[in-house]
Ligand binder design. Structure first.
Ligand code: ATP
Ligand code: MG
Length: 309
């Protein structure tokens, strides 16, 4: 992709995703984000958005190639959402053009006995991306201030000393998460966090679709229906989490998720923006290396291959 075309695409995608980017949580209110929003695009722009997404994916592949070659920055993308908000689909689409060698996805489910025997960041630290790579967390340590907050029985299982598991625990976790993300940023890990914000009505529609479509039956889980009963508690937990952990270096994108095509366009835009904001360059080839390449080229031209068999 030509540089000018890439520059224009970066500007366009930045405009699209900027309204959903939270870098200062103080004034954030979840009710200000409408899950069905598609601004500035309209439903009739859906096809155009899909074309732009395809171009965006090409741009992402180009930027990732440089990220990998430069081997200096790492990118960590964190996805959080209620069930059926489209996390898996967004990850699949946005990453579809990327070289699998430079990308790794980690999914975090309920912790194992071994994981419960450690501090809550332990299992996530083991899955952080190496330099030059894009790491995706499908759920993350943020579950520790979401599902664990909504269901106190999960906290009880963590075997924390009782003096450390009091009322202040959520504030302490927010503080520790912010410090951890600051630390990672200072070590060259660029962090972007996505909350795919689906409405309760759209979630219901998607659950019904899973029940009514044989190929989607496998996605249905009875436990997801039970979780719907805690919707309000989850929304309060999400809001407090974003208010406490949105920072300029590790922003939250609160992405409207009732229209999948729009969600994917915003996520792709934010990832492109993140990569474009790093000083990515192919490694410089020095004088000595250029001489080495010239000699190799000359030798290769002059060489006579022996018969293959
Ligand atoms: P999908 O349903 O699309 O396959 P998912 O991310 O919902 O993907 P599941 O296996 O259905 O995957 O759910 C994982 C569950 O693990 C979620 O309910 C989540 O809240 C829970 N979980 C993740 N981390 C923790 C944690 N630290 N403590 C307790 N539960 C957790
Ligand atoms: Mg699930």
């Amino acid at each position: 992709m030509a540089r000018m075309k890439l520059k224009k695409l970066v500007q366009e995608t930045r405009r699209l995703c900027q309204p959903y980017c939270i870098i200062d949580g103080n004034r954030f209110r979840l009710k200000d984000v409408d899950p069905s929003d598609t601004h500035p695009l309209k439903p009739e722009d859906k096809e155009h958005a899909k074309e732009t997404l395809a171009m965006g994916i090409e741009a992402l592949a180009k930027l990732q190639d440089i990220l990998y070659a430069q081997d200096s920055w790492a990118v960590l993308l964190i996805f959080q959402a209620m069930d059926a908000a489209g996390k898996d689909g967004a990850i699949k689409h946005v990453m579809s053009g990327i070289n699998p060698q430079g990308c790794q996805v980690a999914s975090f489910k309920a912790p194992s006995a071994e994981e419960l025997d450690h501090d809550f960041l332990w299992r996530c630290q083991k899955s952080l991306p190496e330099r030059g790579r894009i790491g995706i967390f499908n759920r993350s340590y943020y579950e520790e201030v979401l599902v664990v907050r909504v269901h106190p029985e999960f906290l009880a299982k963590q075997k924390l000393p009782p003096t450390l598991a009091g009322k202040k625990i959520w504030d302490h976790r927010f503080e520790d998460i912010c410090a951890f993300e600051r630390y990672l940023t200072r070590n060259g890990v660029a962090i972007r966090k996505f909350f795919l914000h689906v409405s309760q009505a759209e979630q219901k529609r998607r659950f019904l679709e899973r029940l009514d479509t044989p190929e989607k039956n496998w996605k249905f889980s009875e436990a997801d229906i039970a979780e719907r009963q805690h919707w309000r508690e989850y929304m309060v937990a999400y809001e407090e989490m974003i208010r406490a952990t949105a920072t300029p270096w590790a922003p939250w994108y609160v992405v409207p998720a009732d229209h999948k095509w729009f969600t994917r366009a915003v996520v792709a835009g934010a990832v492109i923006d993140a990569l474009a904001s790093l000083d990515l360059e192919y490694p410089e080839v020095g004088k000595a290396k250029r001489a080495e390449l010239a000699a190799a080229r000359k030798a290769l031209h002059a060489s006579k291959d022996p018969p293959a068999r």
